[in-house]
Design a protein around this ligand. Structure first.
Ligand SMILES: [Ca+2]
Ligand SMILES: [Ca+2]
Ligand SMILES: [Ca+2]
Length: 334
């Protein structure tokens, strides 16, 4: 009697896991997703995951500057080398009435994106992070090594913050959102670090009316351009290290996004990045029928030069880029 073992190995193109969700204070915090006094960092990560994993399509709000989420896929997203690799979905829109017609604008709430490779192969995002250098990366208006500390107010009050440059402000309450704006599960002081992009909002109202247009940055930020545009797609080859030098990653396992501007737009409140999903734009090739097969299989994106290919050798997947080959855990084989 033959024992037939059928192993069905599938990968999802969509974001599969949320490892961490720590928003800064904001008008949608404790609501998207819903939080209670009993929640913990673990339960909130699970709620964020339920909202956006596997194309669930709900919304997770990162709050004011610095608030972040860490998510991943159920497989490594391969660096195609010459094409977009993944998409992050948000709720950015263009406004037809924006007065500056030289650029797109509307409701753009840019988030800085970092990627990480599971170099120690433990399935956890505890490895080095690399920022994807978006269009504002080298702008003189981008503030690096920025830090903000938010302090839990007494009761339902504006949330005060101070930064590491002598600045301060508040995340103001508004009449539309009556819940606590400070994450219920967080410590009373919340400090975030990162880079801060210049404010992107322009008040185009007239005669005492306010009409805020949040203009899009060119490329490389989450929740910056609408989901059907290339503006929400990302290339792993944009990764840079802490010194701004390009980092050649064969693939990435984890993505971190944080709200990149610190700005309040009158009655529409603070600017906060939202995430509604993410997707590998060239999801994993099918496993070969015969696991001993060693034929090269070009990546699905056949229009481009197949700089990246995968090969199954001795039951192990390898990543080929140009002349080089890596294991999925980043070891260079040749
Ligand atoms: Ca790891
Ligand atoms: Ca928002
Ligand atoms: Ca948004």
């Amino acid at each position: 009697m033959a024992l037939i073992i059928s192993i069905l190995l599938t990968v999802s193109p969509y974001l599969a896991r949320v490892y961490e969700y720590m928003p800064a204070p904001g008008q949608f915090v404790n609501v998207l997703p819903l939080a209670t006094a009993d929640d913990t960092p673990q339960t909130m990560a699970a709620k964020a995951e339920a909202a956006i994993a596997y194309n669930a399509g709900k919304t997770v709000c990162l709050g004011a500057w610095g608030g972040y989420i860490v998510f991943g896929f159920d497989h490594p997203v391969v660096n195609s080398g010459d094409d977009y690799d993944f998409r992050i979905k948000g709720n950015a829109t263009y406004a037809s009435y924006a007065q500056d017609t030289t650029r797109k604008g509307g409701a753009s709430e840019p988030g800085i994106v970092l990627v990480s490779y599971d170099a120690n192969d433990n399935g956890l995002p505890d490895d080095a992070w690399y920022e994807l250098a978006g269009s504002e990366y080298s702008s003189p208006q981008t503030i690096r090594h920025y830090a903000v500390t938010y302090t839990r107010p007494n009761g339902l009050q504006d949330v005060p913050w101070t930064d590491n440059r002598g600045g301060n402000g508040v995340v103001p309450r508004n009449e539309f959102h009556q819940q606590d704006y400070f994450p219920l599960w967080a410590p009373d002081e919340l400090t975030f670090t990162g880079s801060r992009l210049a404010p992107n909002a322009v008040d185009e109202g007239e005669n005492g009316e306010h009409s805020f247009i949040l203009y899009c940055y060119d490329y490389g930020y989450a929740d910056n351009h609408p989901n059907k545009t290339d503006g929400c797609k990302f290339c792993i080859r944009w990764a840079v290290d802490q010194n701004g030098l390009p980092k050649d990653l064969p693939a990435i396992h984890f993505v971190k996004v944080y709200t990149a501007v610190q700005q309040v737009c009158g009655w529409i409140g603070e600017t906060s990045t939202e995430i509604t999903g993410a997707e590998d734009l060239h999801p994993d090739m099918p496993f070969p029928d015969d696991p001993s097969e060693t034929d090269l299989s070009p990546m699905p994106n056949a229009n481009s030069q197949p700089q990246t290919a995968k090969i199954l050798r001795d039951g192990q997947f390898l990543i080929l880029r140009g002349e080089k080959a890596y294991t999925l855990t980043g070891q260079t084989l040749w």
